[in-house]
Write a protein that binds this ligand. Sequence first.
Ligand code: GN1
Ligand code: MG
Length: 338
Amino acid sequence: MQDVLSQYGFSESDCSIQPLGNGLINSTWLLESAGKKYVLQKINHTIFGSPGDIAYNIRLLADHLSHAHPDYLFVSPIRTLKGDDLVSSAEGFFRIFPFINNSHTIDVVEEPEQAYEAAKQFGKFTRLLSGFDAGQLKITLPDFHNLGLRYRQFEEALLNGNAGRIKESAILIDFIKANKNIVDEFERSKANLKIRCIHHDTKISNVLFDEAGKGLCVIDLDTIMPGYFISDVGDMMRTYLSPVSEEEKDLSKIRVRNEYYEAIEQGYLSEMGEELTSIEKSFFHYSGKFMIYMQALRFLTDHLNNDKYYGAKYEGHNFSRAGNQATLLQRLMEFNPG
Ligand code: GN1
Ligand code: MG
């Protein structure tokens, strides 16, 4: 790490470094040096093929927002002594963000107000960038939320994946196939959805809160790309509606909570209500089905492909996550908002 730290003028002997957060893709640490806190992150280069594109996007947005909305808190990386946003070392690609004082993240939504605040922050982010041409952004993960492609990757895994796992997953595979209409609806909806600046990873731990519990800003900016609002609203439904996360193995605990659904809707529309067209609004409820189905599909596909994308902390981990998400989808399909 010394090689990386020295490029910022830090020395390993003066720094304390502790693991931070629980993201599945990148590695994150809290770095403390000379009484100041930072967030050090190693980008997963296997997944993000061009880390320089991420740095490019964040810089482009930071420059735009600092002119168009100077009061908006947008956390961009600190620069190295040479002025770079990103360090490439023998161990990979690293960057350092300032730690926002008196801020914290949460891992589980425990109050509807938290869902409201988070939804408001994600809505605000897209709204403030409505005057920015999303087409200028580099595509950091091609086809990230292309549900049609995700389905084709699933079909490919059924042909060439782990045969034993395919056999054991029959019930889940059938459930995914039986709900393929969600993919077809995506293909039909696209013509009606505007291309916007979308965060694409709106889990609650990607929002910073202040001490009073108000949302401060959004973080984890690597998947900001042109996209559809259903990605952000849907991922909030996926991760805020149920009292338990995708890691829960006791499926009886998975529920859809109406007050959280309303909080997402009110929070997001408090910012985006005037931005979304009425046709887009008609896809609001579909968002949740879209994202939960996609996550079930991605976890199941990865299980069939021997966990090569997400990794697994125990045997059958991605199978368990896929079953969790399938149950959540089932609960959402039974749910009537209001
Ligand atoms: C990954 O790394 P993390 O936890 O922010 C994934 C998301 C999934 C999520 C599921 C780049 O996000 O798309 O929804 O896991 N990010 C990538 O927990 O694949
Ligand atoms: Mg992420």
